[in-house]
Design a protein around this ligand. Structure first.
Ligand code: GTR
Length: 330
């Protein structure tokens, strides 16, 4: 009799294990992810990050939260990128320049005078070339999620630059990226790679004679206060990128991975709009604050382009093949 009772009890325990009393699946675990951003809270890339985070939260019904740490709270870009690679930070929105130090193929998207205009760049980024380059981030332990707008970059200096020759011998801060060093050197200037947060004091104290960036960064960093001469040479159009840590991303379900990728794609138009509005305002504001803007003539711009041909000559064949494909996009 006792034996029978033991048998019944064992069957009940087993049955409960196989068919739990609460048969509905346990609620999915909530996930909290960190996104590092160098710019302040009201900057157009940060606003794009918030839009991405909003879409992720909404579409996961509150299950996945992306916390945006703006204003370099998690560190300068190079250090943040390394943390993303290790899996200590989940996402970062960065310029592709510092990422190109880890993923050489990105150089194909940031060479000087590459795109005809913003429309051309977006056709490339949103098309098969952009998708293909995002995939190249995998071997470096990143997942390329998508692109944001960052306008075009100009040189700004303590002394006025009116022509390409004036840059000869000048010390110019660049991002920590080999291609940016080569770009400045092709103009006969001395490239000084520095972290973004160090540029203001480097210009102020004369460690460098100037830097280069887009209108929004020229304003938001107050670089215009210490380098009041800007020349509209528009040498590059460098997209921003959202990268995830591959170590973290690979642990997510396929559905969550797809949701995050789609949220980034869908945040893109909002960020472009934030960008375009702020870019105009930034240009107007620095002009009002006393920056001296040298507009380059088409002839002078051609001289900038000619000087940068040397940089193209140094590129490996794979990069030049991609450049040719980019140029062929109509
Ligand atoms: C800005 C870019 C930043 C950073 C910075 C720099 O335009 O948005 O991510 O790379 O340039 O020059 O360091």
């Amino acid at each position: 009799m006792k034996k029978q009772w033991i048998l019944v009890a064992a069957i009940v325990v087993l049955a409960i294990g196989i068919f739990p009393l609460h048969s509905s699946a346990a609620p999915a675990k909530s996930i909290s992810l960190k996104l590092a951003e160098t710019h302040p809270q009201d900057y157009p890339t940060t606003k794009g990050d918030y839009e991405f985070a909003r879409l992720v939260k909404e579409r996961s019904k509150g299950r996945i939260t992306v916390e945006v740490y703006h204003s370099k709270q998690l560190g300068e870009e190079k250090a943040v990128i390394e943390q993303v690679q290790l899996g200590a930070i989940d996402f970062t929105r960065v310029s592709i320049s510092p990422v190109s130090a880890f993923v050489k193929e990105l150089d194909a998207l940031q060479l000087p005078y590459l795109y005809r205009d913003a429309k051309h760049m977006w056709k490339v980024l949103d098309g098969p070339i952009g998708a293909d380059i995002l995939k190249k981030l995998g071997p470096a332990n990143f997942v390329g999620l998508g692109w944001f707008e960052a306008g075009s970059r100009n040189f700004y200096t303590k002394k006025q630059v009116k022509a390409v020759e004036d840059l000869k011998g000048m010390k110019i801060r660049v991002q920590q990226a080999p291609l940016m060093v080569g770009l400045v050197e092709s103009l006969g200037a001395v490239a000084t790679p520095l972290a973004f947060g160090e540029v203001y004091s480097a210009i102020q104290t004369g460690v460098v004679d100037g830097a280069e960036n887009n209108w929004p960064s020229y304003l938001s960093t107050s670089h215009y206060e210490v380098a009041k001469f800007l020349i509209t040479d528009e040498h590059t159009r460098v997209p921003e990128i959202m990268i995830a840590s591959k170590k973290v991303f690979d642990k997510l379900s396929k559905e969550d991975q797809a949701l995050i990728k789609k949220a980034m794609k869908d945040a893109e138009p909002a960020q472009i709009k934030f960008w375009n509005d702020y870019e105009k305002l930034a240009e107007k504001t620095v002009r009002e604050k006393g920056s001296v803007i040298t507009e380059v003539s088409p002839q002078e711009k051609q001289k900038f382009m000619d000087a940068m041909k040397a940089l193209y000559d140094k590129q490996p064949k794979e990069i030049i093949d991609m450049v040719n494909k980019i140029r062929a996009v109509k």
